[in-house]
Design a protein around this ligand. Sequence first.
Ligand SMILES: Nc1nc2c(ncn2[C@@H]2O[C@H](COP(=O)(O)O[C@H]3[C@@H](O)[C@H](n4cnc5c(=O)[nH]c(N)nc54)O[C@@H]3COP(=O)(O)O)[C@@H](O)[C@H]2O)c(=O)[nH]1
Length: 811
Amino acid sequence: METENRWRFAIEGTSDGVWDWNLETNKTYYSSKWAEIHGLSNDIINNDMVTWESNIHPEDKPCVFSSVHDYLNNKTKTYISEHRIIDHNGNTKWILEQGVAVARNSAGEPTRIIGVLRDTTEHQLSRHALQDSESRLRGLLTAIPDLVWLKSPDGIYLTCNSRFEKFFGKKESEIVGKTDYDFVDIMLADSFRENDKKAMASSVPCINEEWITFADDGHSELLETTKTAIYDEQGNVTGVLGISHDITERKSIENELKISAYVFEAQEGMIVTDANNIILRVNHAFTAITGYSATEVIGKNPRILSSSKNNADFYRAMWESITNKGSWSGEIWNRRKNGEIYPEYLTITAVKDQHGTVTNYVATMADITSNKAAAKEIEILAFYDPLTHLPNRRLFIDRLSHALASSARSQSKGALLFIDLDNFKNLNDSLGHAVGDMLLLHVAERLNSCVREGDTVARLGGDEFVITLEDLSLQLDEAASKTKLIGEKILQRLSQPYNLGEYEYQITCSIGAALFHHHEQSQDELLKQADIAMYQAKKLGRNAICFFDPEMQTSINARVELERDLNIAINEQQFQLYYQIQLDSHGQAIGAEALIRWPHPEMGLISPAKFIPLAEENDLIIPIGSWVLDTACAQLKQWQQNARTQDLVLSVNVSAKQLHQVDFTSTVKNTIDKYAINPNLLKLEITESMLLNSIEDTISIMSRLQTTGVRFSLDDFGTGYSSLQYLKRLPLNQLKIDQSFVRDITVDESNRVIIRTIIAMAQSLGLETIAEGVETEAQRAYLLNNGCTHFQGYLLGKPLPIHEFESALKS
Ligand SMILES: Nc1nc2c(ncn2[C@@H]2O[C@H](COP(=O)(O)O[C@H]3[C@@H](O)[C@H](n4cnc5c(=O)[nH]c(N)nc54)O[C@@H]3COP(=O)(O)O)[C@@H](O)[C@H]2O)c(=O)[nH]1
């Protein structure tokens, strides 16, 4: 009892409330302090558990009972509970209650528990106030659309808001305690750290802009980040606060504005007016174009620029378009400040507000004075010949098609003249192109003077001119005779001497005429016909006019077909080589001439005299010549393997185009190498006419080939104009007397003289002579008696396919 009293005395002395619960008697002792906390006094207190329980806040009771239950069942070591009570005066208080068993029964169950109780209301209130403040702060941070974060001086995140979480794509709890290096690449983290340090070292906030990619969805934003150092009361830096604001849109607007300002000051003049068409703003280009400064026009109506060149209807239509369609653009004549009227390309656009009401008009203007001049220039370049200023081919074709249409309508006949100067090239080559151009200018003038106003004289290019003669007559024959008269006038006028600076020059022309008399004729067809007729005039000896006739067309068509077939022949290797024997003065076979044959699948054997000139014209001679050379060398290879034929020399015809191919020398060498033949047995026949042009070039090519051992024969000798001078320089082995001299040898004394001269020339140059076209014994005898060394002709053998040739050789 004594102990109990002492215990009671002691507990009454503490500042905490004490309770002592005897579980066996279910009596509870409450200290005065306990009673005080509960708003009770000791004299009215009941020493039972009901007193304790009834004061507990109803909401907290389940939790308190659970704690008691856990303790009684030995689930916890002490009983502890912080909960609310409602004291006797109705005040809600927070208390912290703790208790331990001081006695247990034999089963180990508590039989007496003593506990203390402390009023924690004040502490709880301030804790809750702090929690509230924190949650308000957090709510605030969350509501802020900016990224907000706080880092320690060494860069460790202390907190951040939810917007910031999106940047790293992590929750705040995962961010706090880490640094930038844990979330972004090292370069970016370095730059963040650098800016943090700057901010912490600065007394004012530091601002920087950076593009940031958000880890949560990968989108990017341009952020303006303000970093501010945070200090404690002693002024020590305790961290850095960062706030990043998305300025992507603002920047883009700023850029748009910059661009707009730039555009406004672009090359084109600009006017901005209000809805009443009063000028609000103009740019520098406007001033440059019109001569008016901004101050001179602001507040005025743009009509100060108008000229009298556009009438009221024009402006009415313009405003109608602006009102109805929102814009107008087109060419307009305006007046500059200095009074000059100029063309302008103007665009006016109505600017409307969201209600569709016009607020402004924006006009852009481009001075097209120079465009107009350029357009004129372009037209001249596109449609006129720059030298003579005559219409060019394009304009001519256009005019011709109109003339044809008009002729078809009126039934009145017209004509097309195709004029080509004769040997114009000689003038260019001898006196130069500048003099040639002067002549062309004179020709253009003279042609214009030969025709009527409505006729068109055009230059197609080079020395080719064309003229359309319209409305000649309703009768075809009369139209033809008028055409002839005009053509003859042109022949006569053009053949008069020309004064070309220091030179006086005379030239003639050839004219082809085609009449247009039925509406199916196309301009291309007519041009072709006149061209054909012009070639006919050339063939007739030049300085002549020829009319197109249908027979010519037939022959042209045949040529076109032949050309097409020739291409097929090359691809399908339809050619054959024939061999014509060549004998020496003792009648010994010394070789042969390879002569191409074309057994056409439908037309039979076509003479080389017919297709070789065509092949030369359109360059098909190149593949044909290569085939001949290759086949001849292959034959030489065959012959080399036989004692009877191993010394035969094979002559191969080479055309001018072939000889002047850049790779001709190498082609010959390669072919010789390919078949490993003796080059001395290959003789290339070139014609005398080939020497007329580019003699120096020909000498150099022949000389290069001569070094390989190849031999040369000069074909058709006597028909050209080779001077002895040139002959001496050519690396020749043989002169071939043309068959035209041989043919009449027995009847024509002049041919005999020529033959004797050729043989004498050959002897003096140390060359062999071979006569071709030897058909009679008399011809052979005469040639032999006059020193001719070699012979070829039907008398000795016709050109034969290889098997027949070799059989003839044996016999
Ligand atoms: N570039 C090349 N030209 C070649 C080639 N093959 C032939 N030709 C040239 O074609 C022209 C016509 O040749 P062709 O019809 O073969 O006539 C030759 C002989 O057949 C003919 N000849 C020969 N002997 C007589 C004869 O006694 N009487 C007679 N009326 N004609 C005869 O003469 C032509 C020989 O020509 P050439 O010796 O070359 O002057 C002709 O110009 C050939 O050159 C070829 O592969 N490439």
